[in-house]
Write a protein that binds this ligand. Structure first.
Ligand SMILES: Nc1ncnc2c1ncn2[C@@H]1O[C@H](COP(=O)(O)OP(=O)(O)O)[C@@H](O)[C@H]1O
Ligand SMILES: [Mg+2]
Length: 252
């Protein structure tokens, strides 16, 4: 049994929040260990999950240029760095990709990282990848098999259009996608209709609505990990109902 989920959508819509709630759900339902991959250069999935980050793989890539001790191969160095970057949480491990590379050649480091990440991913049945808006890492990750593409949008036309564009983009990449779901998040008033793009891209049963949740906003404001939201809060309720259905449909 297992499941690979990739998040997508415009910035600020709730991707990381929904990823965190999904990770919590998987753990609470015994579907673990989960590997959480934070593929946002502005890493913050750890805050949603309530754990501290050590280093990111981006840091490791920089350090490989200058810091490899004499007598150590780059392979071993990067292997150690990946180990050090892996944060152990309660039922999950988290690894953050970190900032994108600066100028210069990073081919060797990237190749090593791809291989090491592939090996790491293999030891987990459940994988949740929190992507940033641009999805830069999508084509980079050798994890090419995604069971579920989980798009998150706010109710704005721009957010919804961005979600549709990502579906188009991913379709053009050599990635197998099992299925997709659009979460329209932070909804105050349920819209009467969706823009044309949305209707063309998503079937009716591929659209879910999550309410704007004052309890979540309060957790966020006071710096509490939002993945630990009480189960009776509005967004947690909507998320649990959706995840029940998605797990039944997509878990292999
Ligand atoms: N349903 C919701 N109700 C209230 N606040 C929300 C909701 N979903 C997300 N937020 C808040 O919106 C902000 C952006 O969410 P985040 O998950 O970081 O978005 P993204 O990862 O897409 O940039 C955060 O402050 C988060 O707590
Ligand atoms: Mg995010």
């Amino acid at each position: 049994m297992g499941l690979t989920v990739a998040m997508g959508g415009k910035g600020g819509t709730g991707k990381t929040t929904v990823a965190g709630l999904l990770i919590r759900y998987l753990i609470d339902h015994g579907m673990k260990p989960v590997l959480a991959v934070d593929a946002d250069s502005n890493s913050n999935l750890n805050e949603v999950l309530g754990v501290a980050l050590n280093e990111t793989l981006g840091d490791a890539r920089e350090q490989m240029k200058t810091d490899v001790p004499v007598g150590m191969t780059k392979d071993i160095y990067m292997e150690l760095k990946v180990e050090q970057s892996l944060v152990e949480g309660d039922g999950f491990d988290l690894i953050a990709m970190g900032r994108p590379e600066g100028a210069g050649c990073y081919c060797a480091a990237n190749n090593l990282l791809s291989g090491l990440l592939d090996r790491l991913i293999e030891s987990y049945d459940y994988l949740v990848v929190d992507n940033e808006a641009g999805m830069e890492h999508f084509s980079r990750l050798t994890q090419k098999d995604i069971d579920l593409l989980l798009l998150v949008s706010d109710p704005s036309r721009r957010g919804l259009t961005a979600a549709c564009r990502i579906v188009e983009l991913v379709a053009s990449l050599p990635i197998r996608i099992g299925g997709k779901m659009l979460v329209v998040n932070q909804v105050r008033v349920t819209p009467e209709s969706w823009p044309e793009d949305v209707i063309k891209t998503f079937k009716e049963d591929e659209i879910a609505i999550f309410p704007a949740d004052p309890v979540l906003a309060e957790y966020d404001r006071t710096g509490k990990p939002t993945a630990l939201l009480p189960a009776d809060s509005a967004v947690a309720q909507a998320a649990m109902a959706l995840f029940d259905a998605l797990i039944a449909k997509y878990r292999k």
